[in-house]
Each structure stands twice: as C-alpha cells, then as structure tokens.
Design a protein around this ligand. Structure first.
Ligand code: NAD
Length: 248
C-alpha cells in the first residue's frame, strides 16, 4: 500500500506554487487534503480542483501569522477527520533588497509569516500528534536556511531559524512518536521565485548559471514526498547544493 493512502494532511500556502502541487500530488495518492491559504480564492480553487477529480479536500482562509487562525485550522481538521497525519508548514514570503533599505516593519512581516507561522503550526500540531502517538510535521525552510543569501537578509534569517526550530523539535518528537522534517528547496518555478534577486543579480541570471536550472513544482514535490517516506531530517534539493558549490 502506498505511504500516503487514507492519510490526512494540512498544507499551509496550499493555494499556489509548491503547496498547491503538494495538495494535488498527495490527493492523487489517496490523502485527504486541507488547503490553508491567506488567499481564500486560491485555496478554494485548489480544493475544488481536487474534489472535481474525485479526491477529498476542504479549504480554509488562514493567515499563518495568526496563532488563532492556526488553532482554528487544526481544531477544525481534527473535528472533521479525527486526526492529523501530516502538517506541512509551507507558506512563506520573501522581501528582498539591499540591507540598507530594510525597515523594521519588513523584518517583522517576514518573521511573523516565515518563522512565527511555522512555530504556531509546529507546536499546535505537535500537541495533537503527541496525543495521537503519531504524525509528521514538515517545515519548509530553504537552501538559504543553510547558507547566506545576500540581498535577502530577513528571508535568509527566518529560514535559518526554521531549521533550528525544526531540528530541535525532531529530537523532542522521538519520545512521543512525532516525526519532523525540513524541506530546503533550491530554485523552483513559482511566484516567490520569480521575484527573487540575490545580491542584485536577477533570478534568471542565477538560474542560467545552475547546471540543473530551476525545477518545476512537480519535480520539487516528487523529491519532497520521497524524503518524507524516508523520514529524512533535511530534504535538500540537488540544485541548491550545486548552487552553494558555485558561489562559495
Ligand atoms: P508561492 O509564492 O508560489 O506560494 C506561497 C503561498 O503562501 C501562496 O499561496 C500565498 O498566498 C501563501 N501565503 C503567503 N503568506 C501567507 C500567510 N500569511 N498565511 C497563509 N498563506 C500565506 O511560493 P512557493 O515557492 O510555493 O513557496 C512555498 C515555500 O517554499 C515558501 O516557504 C518558500 O519560502 C519556500 N521556498 C521556495 C523556493 C522557490 O524557489 N520557489 C525556494 C526555497 C524555499
């Protein structure tokens, strides 16, 4: 039987990009999918598409920077399906630019979504999963959670913190049956990626220099699902490693 059959997964940021593709692929494998996104219209579109193809899905408008929203999302899922097998804390944003132009408001916004959002999603799901005695929390950091990213300082700092948070949680989870994995994507062709620059070099220039180019979301999700089956601590993409070798 496949690993994802008859499971229940919450995916934050499921309305677009990698999160949306995760919703589609998990549903095809037999998982009931809860699509959570700040863009309710996008979350609905993802859930509708799954239902129209015969899968099981529901959606909720959730701002991951709100602890109350995440609590409601998790409570509703437990009420609806009776358990949570996978919690994907995937939603994220990037505010790039020269650090001299960085404002505190920008820094806080990135931290509220990329770091605090993952903290709420991880800890609230962890409580439910520890009680169940099973569950897998999958937090999306980035290749830049493991290396510098000039021109994208708040993003890079938030993703480093996600790595630290998740690694600690992974050790704590062992005693209560909760698994924790960290996804560290390189370049994946989504909206966030299109707007990213590194040290003022436009993204297409960086991607041109990568031996494997940028992945499409479907290739990325394939790597992610294989990493989850193997319960990898860090699911890192080959493109990221090659990129790191190139610039350092
Ligand atoms: P994306 O912009 O295509 O999708 C992000 C989704 O998150 C959107 O649907 C957006 O509406 C949602 N979102 C944003 N703020 C939210 C909030 N406050 N609450 C709930 N939902 C919110 O980006 P993506 O590339 O699919 O990114 C997914 C994750 O992968 C992010 O954490 C991102 O940092 C990470 N990542 C992406 C790349 C890449 O190259 N695409 C590389 C490394 C890491």
């Amino acid at each position: 039987m496949n690993h994802f059959m008859n499971k229940v997964a919450i995916i934050t940021g499921g309305g677009a990009g990698i999160g949306r593709e995760l919703c589609f692929q998990l549903s095809k494998l037999g998982t009931s999918v809860v699509v959570a996104d700040i863009r309710e219209d996008h979350a609905k579109m993802t859930a509708d598409q799954i239902m129209n193809s015969g899968g099981t899905a529901n959606y909720m408008r959730v701002d991951v920077a709100s602890e109350t929203d995440i609590q409601q999302l998790i409570d509703d899922t437990v009420l609806r399906y009776g358990r949570i097998d996978y919690m994907f804390n995937n939603a994220g944003i990037a505010i790039g630019g020269d650090v001299r132009d960085l404002t505190l408001a920008q820094w806080k916004k990135v931290m509220d979504i990329n770091l605090n959002g993952v903290l709420y999603g991880s800890t609230i799901a962890y409580r439910v999963m520890a009680k169940q005695g099973f569950g897998h929390i999958i937090n999306t950091a980035s290749a830049t959670g493991l290396m510098p990213q000039p021109g994208n300082t708040p993003y890079c700092a938030s993703k480093h913190a996600v790595v630290g948070l998740s690694q600690s949680l992974r050790y704590e989870g062992v005693d209560v049956g909760v698994k924790v994995s960290i996804i560290c994507p390189g370049h994946v062709q989504t909206d966030i990626y299109k707007n990213m620059t590194v040290a003022n070099v436009p993204n297409e220039k960086i991607v041109e220099s990568l031996p494997v180019g940028a992945m499409n979301p479907s290739e990325a999700v394939d790597i992610i699902l294989k990493g989850i089956i193997k319960n990898k601590a860090i699911i890192i993409f080959p493109a990221s490693v090659r990129w790191a070798w190139r610039i350092y």
